[in-house]
Design a protein around this ligand. Sequence first.
Ligand SMILES: *[C@@H]1O[C@H](CO)[C@@H](O)[C@H](O)[C@H]1NC(C)=O
Ligand SMILES: *[C@@H]1O[C@H](CO)[C@@H](O)[C@H](O)[C@H]1NC(C)=O
Ligand SMILES: *[C@@H]1O[C@H](CO)[C@@H](O)[C@H](O)[C@H]1NC(C)=O
Ligand SMILES: *[C@@H]1O[C@H](CO)[C@@H](O)[C@H](O)[C@H]1NC(C)=O
Length: 424
Amino acid sequence: MLIHHVPVVAALLAATGVAALPKKTQQSMGKHRVTSIELGPRPYYLVDNMEEGWLKDRLDSCAETAMRPTKFSISHRGGACLQFPEETVESIMAGTRMGAGIQECDVAFTKDRQFVCRHDQCDLHTTTNIVATELGAKCTKPFAPAANGTAASAKCCTSDLTLAEFKTLCGKMDGFNASATTPEAFLHGTPGWRTDLYATCGTVLAHKEFIALVDGLGLDFTPELKAPAVPMPFEGGDYTFEAYAQQLVDEYRGAGIDFARVYPQSFQFAAVQYWLRREPEFARQAVLLDESGDKGGLEAAVANLTLYKDAGVNIVAPPLPYLVALDGKTGEIVPSSYAREAKRLGLKIITWSLERSGPIAAIHKAGQKGSPDYYYSTFFNATTRDGDIYKLVDVLARQVGVMGIFSDWSATVTYYANCMGFLS
Ligand SMILES: *[C@@H]1O[C@H](CO)[C@@H](O)[C@H](O)[C@H]1NC(C)=O
Ligand SMILES: *[C@@H]1O[C@H](CO)[C@@H](O)[C@H](O)[C@H]1NC(C)=O
Ligand SMILES: *[C@@H]1O[C@H](CO)[C@@H](O)[C@H](O)[C@H]1NC(C)=O
Ligand SMILES: *[C@@H]1O[C@H](CO)[C@@H](O)[C@H](O)[C@H]1NC(C)=O
């Protein structure tokens, strides 16, 4: 089902004469279901790294248990972006192999209004090789080299390209080289705790291809409708925000997917409201992504929960730090006021994103100098080593009662879920 515009790819590559990344080869992944779940060494490394106690003993006791996929383990941008280019077939396949039961595609639109998987409508310059191809000339802001103390820059949006053009790009690890004086040098910038080992030419995909791939794998879907990065209606035509929100519904309906397998997400309350009003069946499992506390503070976010509940929202998805706090007396990680209020209102909770920021020990060291990482800020002093990830997951699972956790490395949550019985 994965359509490749091979002649187009070949023609473009020949024309550009730039080969920053190898050209695409025919895709052979995703042709069969994944039945053998393999978690690799990371969960075992994390358990070994935990402090002594009942949780470590319990998790250690599952070391030789056969693992199953679970919806508690939600892929973030494919579920393997610690090592694989995000939002690519390769990341999805690796996340699937690591037991993610729900697969994510962040949805952005192209110039010809086709949906593709990209975390941001305008991140092609950091997540693909576009600046080093002929298509770089079509970018909203083409590559500009570093000069006279000004950082190198570019801004390339999915809406700058047609779907056929987008499909010729290679997915790479997110990052860029601010000192680059050439487009090729701009492609570098992968953090040291990620790797370029599998970033040879990630297979980018249309949302329709994502649906076909994930359907074939027998998994559930969590597409995120991204905020448009251009004024809507797009190019002054009839492509309104509502038409954009409707298109997501139409792509699942058109593919004959049971809406019970779809968890559509958006930070845009207007999108969720649109689905609630026009497509109530699709909206039943809509996930309202909530970062309102970033601006207004956690109290404001807590207050907003009633509003969401009254509007008919069933699932909210705040970032990890909204859900936990440190107990003043014991210093233990405990559910936050946000978590307690969501529970009181009967809202279900999904959270993001585990393993987004690299080794905890390194974050901790840097944080001592006054800049704790976003995802670890509120429980900073309660997490000092990588094994503490499981301490956090355990609070989220058993005390906060989340229905799932997004992770950049699905194996970590899959292992916990299998061991502790969070299987669905
Ligand atoms: C950098 O500064 C030099 C000297 O002022 C100038 O000639 C050159 O055009 C500048 N380069 C860019 C890219 O702005
Ligand atoms: C970043 O670009 C500069 C200037 O082109 C180059 O010297 C440097 O090696 C590049 N860094 C990486 C990691 O490629
Ligand atoms: C939620 O809270 C923020 C303040 O943080 C506010 O700006 C926003 O309008 C509220 N409502 C919604 C629907 O997000
Ligand atoms: C961690 O604890 C130290 C010592 O109590 C305190 O000074 C620091 O502010 C705490 N850091 C964070 C990020 O909470």
